[in-house]
Write a protein that binds this ligand. Sequence first.
Ligand code: UT7
Length: 334
Amino acid sequence: MKNTGPFNAYISAVGHYFPEKVISNQFYVNYLDTTDEWIRTRTGIAERRFAEADQPTSFMAVKAAQMALENRGMTPDEIELIIVATVSPDMIYPSTACIVQDKLGAKNCWGYDILAACSGFIFALTTAVQFIQTGVHKNVMVIGADKMSMMVDMQDRNTCLLFGDAAAAVIIEATDDKNSGFLDNIMHIDGSGAKFLYQPGGGSLNPTTFETVEKRMHFVHQSGQNVFKEAVKGMADVSVEIMKRNNLSSDDIAYLVPHQANLRIIQATADRMGVSIDKVMVNIHKYGNTTSATIPSCISEYWQAGKIKKGDNLILTSFGAGYTWGSILLKWAI
Ligand code: UT7
């Protein structure tokens, strides 16, 4: 979607939070039939972080939001809207946005959660941008936060070692400059892919019972190979499409910011786009797949390290359960 509104939106600040507890590959090697070598070569992951039992998703989300606010020099009561992307809300309801709003002390806003799994952050960002471009809001806090350590079956070697916990936040604000900030996006869903990545238990289809818990239906279920193939194709195709329709070649792209599910998926996507790996933001080796937090945490870490410059073209792309996928083109404006 191209911007047809009177204003444009740009990222004015970023922040991230990773829990302190480091979980190395050896943690899994100690009790599962796996090896450090398999995990590193098949996924690119060396370690990930786990939040403590008393640190739910909102705890991490608030920390990330506070860092973004501090970086912007903004107070919580200035925020007009909070959107939290997550598949691991503190509770089914109220929304995690409500809990974050209260803990932050953001007294003058409204907000809600978005569920689009690994594409949650780019879906939330695309939604937030509409409120700014139309002039409805002057600023929006968008947070990607997931406590995946609570969502995976620690006995399932196919999934448990892929994920970690994290949160990251961005503040979106309005600008008159139509050539800077968010320039374009393409978003998709295809529910025929639902059977390859899903959590069957705990919803209205299979409400929690002793049986659903015994069958481990409250955990992530994934057919890795199916998702792998679709993820590469999905992310590369929309990203190439967005480059073409904005007359950009891979030379014009400063950074590709892909969802961090598997280093091989990231490499294959970059190859298909003709983007060299040194232009790809990567933090999967340190944190694993943090679902909604992968893209904003990459941006926040690279920004913190002084690696993003004003005027840089960034392509954000993701693929996740749903299937959900998409691509955002933005020109860095700060
Ligand atoms: O973030 C949301 C979207 N999710 C994704 O994008 C994830 C997409 N999928 C993947 O990243 C990969 O498919 C996985 C990392 C999940 C799996 O990697 P793979 O290369 O597709 O492995 P595979 O499932 O084809 O399994 C290859 C072999 C199998 O053994 P055989 O049948 O060849 O003897 C598995 O049983 O690896 C075996 N295996 C393992 N071996 C050691 C599976 N898990 C493990 C393990 N340790 N943890």
